[in-house]
Design a protein around this ligand. Structure first.
Ligand SMILES: [Fe+2]
Length: 324
């Protein structure tokens, strides 16, 4: 499929792995990867749809500038992170840091922006600086996740969809502000975004903004037609933090309406705590965890595959770029 005679720097292709891996000779210039990628674009596309994610290893992607130049030539139609729920820094129109969320905590598995009206079809992740310990980006195949979920739960979500709730503060408070979320200081611009994205919103007296968005939760892949688990209800639901933290949060906020984030079934009924726990367990069993190596570049089909983040120590820099 991928004839590599012209590219002796390509040492091995592991097509049947998850993620698929294309091993380059250590220190291969990023421009060579770009040439290879563009020459074999359709083969790589086939590999990506089959595996869900492709890792290019051994390439010299050692700075933000190299990362940006590389992904700029591998994709077009980059999108921003408006409506994002995780703290991160926008480094340019195309490049973000991966989440700056507390290094001591895990981030649960999610498809990027699955709660939003628009999500990236593809995501590039690259490791500029590996952490000292941990910090992996686990990946899970949403086709497999769906197969392991309780059939009754899948049917309920297919019929009803899911609803995500967020309470964003107006400058100071827990979690992200609406200004950071919508990448604007203008209330009008935030409202326009919400209307466009089918998000119900309510301004609060303290300057905060409450968002309610109903989404499908299970999707058909736009190219392959395969059904995939495509939601992050467990991440929005505080029970994913464990029974004890859940109880503390419920005491602190008093009701589910006041929680920073929450999720329910699409008919408004609660998702039982044990269902949230079972979703988390299924992801734990299915996720594939691979340590980052400096220069690794991973291309993920964001509908087929979810990702998360393991806790870490030490400096870690993973850059992210998203394609429409
Ligand atoms: Fe993410």
């Amino acid at each position: 499929m991928l004839k590599t005679d012209k590219y002796p720097c390509v040492k091995e292709i592991e097509a049947n792995k998850f993620p698929a891996v294309i091993h380059f000779e250590a220190g291969t210039p990023a421009s060579t990867l770009v040439d290879f990628f563009n020459e074999f674009r359709s083969g790589i596309e086939t590999l990506l749809l089959k595996s869900g994610a492709v890792l290019f290893s051994g390439v010299d992607i050692s700075s933000r500038d190299i990362f940006e130049a590389t992904v700029s030539r591998m994709g077009d139609d980059f999108i921003n992170y408006a409506d994002g729920n995780s703290p991160r820094t926008k480094l340019s129109d195309k490049v973000y840091t991966s989440t700056e969320f507390d290094p001591a905590q895990s981030i649960t598995m999610h498809n990027e922006l699955s709660y939003s009206a628009k999500w990236p079809s593809r995501i590039f992740f690259s490791c500029i600086q590996p952490s000292e310990t941990g910090g992996e980006t686990p990946l899970a195949d949403g086709r497999l996740v769906l197969k392991h979920m309780d059939a009754g739960l899948v049917e309920k979500i297919r019929q009803e969809g899911v609803i995500y709730y967020r309470n964003l503060h107006g400058g100071e408070g827990f979690g992200p502000s609406w200004q950071d979320t919508f990448e604007t200081n203008s209330r009008e611009a935030a409202e326009a975004f919400c209307r466009e994205a089918a998000i119900d919103f309510v301004w609060k007296d303290d300057g905060g903004l409450r968002l309610i968005q109903k989404r499908k939760g299970i999707l058909e892949h736009p190219v392959t037609g395969e059904l995939v688990w495509f939601n992050q209800v467990d991440q929005f639901h505080p029970y994913h933090l464990g029974q004890q933290t859940y109880e503390v949060m419920m005491d602190m906020y008093g009701s589910t309406d006041a929680l920073p984030t929450y999720a329910s079934f699409g008919d408004g009924s609660s998702i039982p705590n044990e269902v949230i726990a079972s979703i988390k367990e299924i992801f734990n069993n299915i996720e594939v965890v691979r340590p980052w190596e400096k220069g690794d570049l991973v291309l993920v089909d964001n509908v087929l595959v979810s990702h998360g983040r393991k806790p870490f120590t030490g400096a870690r820099q993973i850059l992210v770029s998203m394609l429409a």
